[in-house]
Ligand binder design. Sequence first.
Ligand SMILES: [Zn+2]
Ligand SMILES: [Zn+2]
Length: 265
Amino acid sequence: MQRFGRPMVAAMHRRAPAAYAASEIRHLLARGGCPICRAGQEAIERYLFWFFHEFYSEPSVILRYVRSRGFCPRHLTLIGERGPQWQLTAIFSWIIADILRALDAPAPPLRSRFQQLRRHVSAGDALTRVLQPDGLCLLCEVEEEAASHTALMLLDVLEYDEDVRDRYAASGGCCLPHVHRVARAAGRHHEQAIATIHRVLRDRLASLEHLCNEFFRKADYRFAHEPKGEEREAWRQALQLFGYHGRATAVFDQAPARRAEGERS
Ligand SMILES: [Zn+2]
Ligand SMILES: [Zn+2]
């Protein structure tokens, strides 16, 4: 009976994903860009609303952002732009109080000869210990959770839903870091899903490679008269493929000295 144990149970539960999963993936694909990045952004939006209304003062949440010593630079920018004055003051007052207490606390006794010797070569040890984040930034955790959940949902839906496979291909698919993440989450039964993700990534990379080549070809004086096209956006498309979500603008539109000769560097 053992050989019909857990694998058989798993196979019996392996079925077409629930309708809500397919509709969620359709919704994310319709918004454009990487569906997993979108899911993360939507989760952050929902969380931020409740965070600034209620969660920020719940002891378990305070403990998390105090232990992580605040937020990562990306989410610090976000809460700085979105946070109300009262809540931001409260959040940082708790973090500051904890850091001050830790800075003023007496250093733990050195237990071994090795530690005593090490003390002389690591003057920054105590300060490092106080400022070392313990755990992920709270908002990184929210994104992380949404990404894990969406990666699995995407795999299941792509495996069974041809229409979603077409939509995924038309949208350009996931950014490169999230393709990596989805690939790591895939099981043996996600062959069709992975084949689709692989093909879409390959097509997108090949298309970008072509755009980059076009960009440099048209920089050559012999072809400079040709009308400029999508190749001017190659750098922006590349940033997006590699997971960039900022508002980059091309500030380097002047030809470097050697660009007139069609060279890349
Ligand atoms: Zn992404
Ligand atoms: Zn973060």
